[in-house]
Unconditional design. Structure first.
Length: 203
């Protein structure tokens, strides 16, 4: 909830402050990275900081959580992300739910989201592998922050937040018709990240 609210709220603030696309990207990146770091630091010890269905999927595949727990987590993540979109919309005087108009399509964005999500999962698994799960609060935001600039998709890397972004017509929004492409790429990327970790990391 907080993550999607921070991303979409930052997007609305960005468009209200400047028309410069580069500055808008920096504003949204900072809002995302700072909120993400704080969320992981505060909620990590309580729930493992599960607010990304791609991460929960990998946790299920690696037998860290059971299927029922994973399904409940994913449902909660989606509901929370949509509530975050509603909060962001209301904070900026928009309708509670609106349709994003920003079309994001094409093979380059699809490939970009695979890379963004694969890198995210690899970072998470690598930090856990070396016994530094408490370092996730800086390592994960560092990856996301850098990937904002080197990926053409600006690294959504989270199916729940991607879906929620479709309900806020801001700089950070994504048209509902583009959501499926991103989610498929993210799930593929999660599996790629898991595969890469098994090849590279010691078990």
């Amino acid at each position: 909830m907080v993550l999607s609210a921070s991303i979409l709220g930052s997007g609305m603030m960005a468009t209200g402050i400047t028309d410069n696309g580069g500055v808008q990207l920096i504003i949204v990146m900072l809002g995302t990275v700072l909120a993400l770091g704080l969320l992981i630091a505060t909620l990590g010890p309580i729930s493992g900081a599960h607010f990304n269905p791609a991460v929960s999927l990998i946790s299920f595949l690696t037998k860290e959580i059971k299927a029922g727990v994973a399904a409940l987590m994913v449902l909660t993540q989606i509901i929370g992300a949509i509530l975050g979109a509603i909060i962001a919309n209301l904070m900026y005087g928009h309708s509670a739910l609106e349709s994003a108009s920003h079309e994001r399509t094409g093979s380059a964005l699809f490939f970009s989201e695979i890379i963004a999500t694969a890198g995210l999962l690899f970072v998470i698994l690598a930090m856990s592998n070396v016994g530094k799960s408490n370092g996730h609060f800086w390592a994960v935001p560092a990856w996301i922050g850098s990937a904002y600039f080197f990926t053409s998709s600006t690294t959504f890397a989270n199916p729940a937040v991607t879906f929620a972004r479709a309900f806020s017509d801001s700089y950070a929004g994504i048209a509902l018709s583009s959501v499926g492409l991103f989610v498929i790429a993210q799930l593929i990327g999660a599996l790629v990240g898991l595969g890469a970790s098994k090849l590279v990391l010691k078990k």
